[in-house]
Design a protein around this ligand. Structure first.
Ligand SMILES: [Zn+2]
Length: 321
């Protein structure tokens, strides 16, 4: 007989003689077929199924049975289970999964969220290197800064061998809405997310709108590519790390800037220098589409030098003068 109970479509067939399952009812529920308990007639078998369904439905938090025991659409495969260590499992459709592994994951994630304080050593370090500051490196930048998270303080500590170099970094971080204070020792800075600083009862003052992400600072390869496209003379690198011809070359300048230099290679320094001045003027022209080029005073026998900033940075610099 066909019937429906609490959303389940059930068919129970009367036991027939001559069948290997003759003394069992054939049951089909939600498309799944099996044989019932020995000796039960249809009415008894149906009563038994209803009792089992009531039992399944009495558990409202966890899915304890396989899918066909539930009314169609009321359970679904948990998206976090597929391919995970604790395997595929079901949850009530659209509800939070109560499977043990999933619950444990949620608890761990919530704890990790509680431990976080808005910033990390890496995120502070990223902000500073993007702004042109150099991070400490044991091989190449022993005077660079280092930023590391301190869980006990829920802040990032910012160090540099020369502590006077820290104040310009503090300005950059403050401009990004972070709260920055000197350590009691006066030797390094503490960086807090604004939310964390407020939570710790610090007097953070009115909120400053974070700056719109400006154009990226110039890079030496990008500037070199512009000069190359314009057909200007580029100095050819030599195998020993200098240049083997006269011409333009690009180097990293002050934070956020790239410098364009003229390499003099001729024995006649004065003539090469004059050529350099002319080419650098042309260079300033072709670079002015992408950057603001500023002539710097010559230094150490060098030729005229250009310093490139992105337009936005040049405006910032002008505004602070
Ligand atoms: Zn799950």
């Amino acid at each position: 007989m066909d019937t429906t109970y609490r959303g389940r479509r059930i068919t129970v067939t009367r036991p027939t003689l001559g069948n290997e399952c003759a003394i069992r009812c054939k049951i089909t529920m939600n498309g799944q077929t099996w044989y019932g308990a020995p000796g039960l007639l249809v009415a008894d078998q149906l009563a038994e199924l209803r009792r089992m369904i009531d039992n399944v439905d009495s558990e409202t938090q966890r899915v304890t049975a396989v899918a066909y025991w539930y009314a169609p659409g009321t359970v679904e495969v948990c998206p976090l289970g597929a391919g995970s260590a604790y395997g595929e499992h079901l949850r009530f459709t659209g509800k939070e999964c109560m499977e043990r592994g999933c619950v444990r994951d949620r608890v761990q994630r919530a704890r990790a969220r509680a431990r976080r304080y808005g910033i990390t050593g890496a995120s502070v370090s990223n902000l500073l290197t993007t702004a042109g500051f150099t991070a400490y490196d044991i091989d190449s930048a022993r005077h660079g800064f280092s930023a590391s998270g301190v869980q006990a303080r829920r802040a990032v500590s910012l160090h540099q061998r020369d502590k006077h170099g820290l104040e310009p970094m503090a300005e950059v971080l403050r401009a990004h809405g972070l709260y920055v204070v000197w350590d009691e020792s006066g030797r390094h800075l503490w960086v807090y997310s604004r939310t964390e600083a407020v939570a710790q009862g610090m007097d953070v003052g009115p909120e400053v709108a974070p700056p719109a992400p400006g154009p990226k600072p110039p890079t030496t390869p990008a500037a070199r590519a512009v000069l190359k496209r314009a057909g200007l003379a580029l100095a050819k690198p030599s195998s020993w790390g200098s240049y083997s011809t006269e011409g333009l070359y690009t180097v990293k300048g002050a934070p956020g800037t790239v410098e364009v230099h003229w390499h003099t290679h001729e024995p006649d320094y004065t003539a090469s220098r004059a050529r350099g001045a002319a080419v650098l003027t042309q260079a300033a022209g072709v670079l002015s589409d992408a950057y603001t080029a500023v002539h710097l005073p010559p230094s150490q026998g060098d030729c005229v030098v250009l310093s490139l900033r992105t337009a936005a940075r040049a405006e910032e610099a002008a505004a602070t003068v």
